[in-house]
Design a protein around this ligand. Structure first.
Ligand SMILES: Cc1ncc(COP(=O)(O)O)c(C=O)c1O
Length: 504
C-alpha cells in the first residue's frame, strides 16, 4: 500500500493538533462530529487536557505517523519511539568503540559504563533504590517473569495464586509451580467490569498456602480491559507472608511506577512498551531479600563467580542481579534504554498519564454513545465502562442492529485499509476473554479434549463460535505517548461507519 498522509480535514492540520478552541458543533447521532466540532466538544469536556507540549512532539518526534498516514491505536502492543531516541543512540554507537563487558579492556569498561548508566536510569525512573532493589536486565517482561517462575522455591503445601486477568507470561509460571508440587489457584474477575472483587482477593490471600512458599501475581493494569487494580494489595499480601509479582508491563507506559512505594517483590517491565525502542530489553525490578530466596535451575556465562568441570556441584553463583543475567547482556541496546527513559522524563510521565486518560475517556464515552438509527448500541465495551481506575486500553465489539458482533478480524482488516492499527483476538489474556464472552469450562474443553491435536487460537475460536454462537474474540484499541485527538476521533468515525450496516 502506498504511503499516504491523512487528509488535512481528518488530521485537523496544525490547528487540530495544536488544540485550537474556536470550533463548535455537536456530535452527530451514530457517528462522530466533524473534527473541528468534536475537538471543541472534547476540550470543553476535558478542560485540563494539555494540548500544546505533546502535540508539538507529535509534529516533530513522531512526525512519521502523520507523514505516512498512520493512526496507531495499538500502544499496549508496543509503544512508539521518538526520533531523538534513535539519533542519540546512533551517535553514541558511531562515536564510540565498545567491547564485550566481561573484561577490563578499555572497550569493555566503556560497555560496562553504558550498562551501569542504564541501570541507574531505570532505578531513577521507577524509584527503585539500590539498598532495596536489584535491577535485572532481561530480554522482555516475559523473560523477567520466567526468571521468577523457574527459580521460585515452589513446594508441596505452597501455592501460586493469581488473578484471571493475567497475561499468559504470568499464567505460564503455573507450570513451574505444579511441577514442584505447589497448588495453583485463580481469583476470577467480575463479568460486568472485568475487575477483581476485593473481598474475594483478601479471602484468597488469607485462606491459601499455609504450609509452604506462596506467590501471588496480578497485573497493575489488564492488557485486555485496561482495568487497574489497587496497588495496596501488595502490602496486604506481604503482611500475610506472600511474595508478590505486580505485572507492570501494560501499566508502565502511561502511569508513574514507584517501586519503593508499591513495595512488590517482583515487577516485570518491557521497555519497548514504554518508549518503543529498543525491542530486545526489559527488566525485573526485584526486592533484594526476595531475589536471594530464588534458586536458579542452571548457571551460565556471566552468572557465576567461579565454576569447575571437575565436580558437578562446583560453581558459585554471582550475587545479586549478575547471577540472573545469562550470558552477555545487550550492552549496545542498553544505552537506548537510557535515552528512552530520558525522553519520557523530559516529556513527563504524569503529563503523559493525564493526557492519555483524557483521550481515553473521551473515546470510551463517544464509542458507547454510538447507536444505530433504531437506537440500538453500536459498540459493546468489555471491562470498566467509565474512566475510573482504568488505562486507555479499550476492549470492544462492534455490534450490528440485531446486537450481533461484526467479525473482529474483518473489522481489523477494514481498519487496516484506512491505515488504522488496532488489535483483535485475545491478547494473550485468556482469563479476561473467557469471562467477557462467557466461555464456560465445557466450552473450553472442546479445544483441549484431544491432546494430540494442538488447536490454534483461531481454530479454538471458530470451534466455540460454532458450538455456542458466542464470538470469543475481541477488538482492542489502546493509546500512548504519541496519541492525539485526531487519532481517537478517527477511530470513532471508523466505528460510526458501521451504523445500520446489516450482516448477511
Ligand atoms: C500485562 C503484560 N504482561 C506481560 C507481557 C509480556 O510482554 P513481552 O511480550 O514484552 O514479554 C505483556 C505483553 O503484552 C503484557 O501486556
Amino acid at each position: 500500500m502506498p504511503d499516504q498522509p491523512r487528509d488535512a480535514a481528518e488530521q485537523g492540520g496544525a490547528t487540530e493538533h495544536g488544540g485550537a478552541t474556536e470550533r463548535g458543533g455537536a456530535a452527530e447521532a451514530g457517528g462522530a462530529a466533524q473534527p473541528a466540532a468534536a475537538l471543541t466538544d472534547f476540550l470543553r469536556r476535558f478542560p485540563a487536557y494539555d494540548a500544546s507540549a505533546i502535540d508539538a512532539l507529535r509534529a516533530t518526534e513522531y512526525e512519521r505517523l502523520d507523514r505516512l498516514g498512520h493512526t496507531y491505536l495499538d500502544c499496549t502492543g508496543a509503544g512508539l519511539y521518538a526520533e531523538s531516541q534513535l539519533r542519540r543512540h546512533l551517535e553514541l554507537l558511531r562515536d564510540g568503540v565498545y567491547g564485550n563487558p566481561h573484561s577490563q579492556s578499555p572497550t569493555a569498561l566503556a560497555a560496562t559504563e553504558l550498562a551501569a548508566g542504564a541501570r541507574s536510569a531505570v532505578r531513577r525512573f521507577f524509584n527503585a533504590p539500590d539498598n532495596e532493589f536489584e535491577i535485572v536486565f532481561t530480554a522482555n517482561a516475559s523473560g523477567a517473569l520466567k526468571l521468577v517462575g523457574e527459580s521460585y522455591p515452589f513446594a508441596p503445601g505452597g501455592v501460586y495464586l493469581l488473578s484471571y486477568d493475567n497475561h499468559n507470561s504470568v499464567n505460564g509460571i503455573r507450570e513451574f509451580a505444579t511441577r514442584k508440587g505447589a497448588a495453583v489457584s485463580y481469583i476470577p474477575v467480575r463479568e460486568e467490569d472485568l475487575r477483581l472483587d476485593e473481598t474475594q482477593v483478601l479471602l484468597a490471600l488469607r485462606g491459601a498456602g499455609r504450609d509452604g512458599p506462596k506467590l501471588f501475581a496480578y497485573p497493575a493494569q489488564s492488557n485486555f480491559s485496561g482495568a487497574q487494580h489497587p496497588l495496596e494489595w501488595v502490602a496486604q499480601a506481604r503482611a500475610l507472608g506472600w511474595d508478590v509479582i505486580v505485572d507492570c508491563a501494560a501499566f508502565a507506559p502511561t502511569n508513574r511506577i514507584d517501586a519503593h512505594a508499591i513495595g512488590a517483590d517482583f515487577i516485570p517491565i518491557s521497555f519497548y512498551k514504554v518508549f518503543g525502542y529498543p525491542t530486545g530489553a526489559g527488566c525485573l525490578i526485584a526486592r533484594r531479600e526476595t531475589l536471594a530466596k530464588l534458586r536458579r535451575p542452571w548457571f551460565a556465562g556471566g552468572t557465576i563467580t567461579l565454576a569447575s568441570v571437575q565436580e558437578e556441584e562446583w560453581y558459585h553463583l554471582a550475587p545479586g542481579a549478575t547471577g540472573f543475567e545469562d550470558g552477555t547482556i545487550d550492552f549496545l541496546g542498553l544505552p537506548a534504554v537510557t535515552f528512552g527513559i530520558e525522553h519520557v522524563e523530559a516529556v513527563g510521565i504524569d503529563k503523559i498519564h493525564d493526557r492519555v486518560c483524557a483521550l481515553g475517556c473521551w473515546l470510551l464515552e463517544e464509542l458507547q454513545a454510538l447507536t444505530h438509527s433504531d437506537g440500538s448500541p453500536l459498540v459493546k465495551v468489555f471491562g470498566p465502562k467509565d474512566g475510573e481506575c482504568r488505562g486507555a486500553t479499550i476492549a470492544l465489539h462492534l455490534l450490528d442492529p440485531d446486537g450481533r458482533p461484526y467479525d473482529v478480524y474483518d473489522v481489523e482488516a477494514a481498519a487496516a485499509r484506512e491505515r488504522i492499527s488496532i488489535r483483535s483476538g485475545c491478547f494473550c489474556n485468556p482469563g479476561d476473554g473467557e469471562v467477557a464472552h462467557r466461555i464456560t469450562h465445557d466450552d473450553m474443553e472442546r479445544c483441549f479434549s484431544d491432546p494430540a491435536a494442538a488447536m490454534t487460537l483461531l481454530q479454538c475460536q471458530r470451534t466455540i463460535e460454532d458450538a455456542t454462537g458466542t464470538v470469543p474474540n475481541t477488538i482492542r484499541v489502546s493509546l500512548g505517548i504519541a496519541s492525539d485527538f485526531a487519532d481517537v476521533h478517527r477511530f470513532v468515525r471508523f466505528a460510526g461507519s458501521y451504523r445500520d450496516r446489516r450482516q448477511g
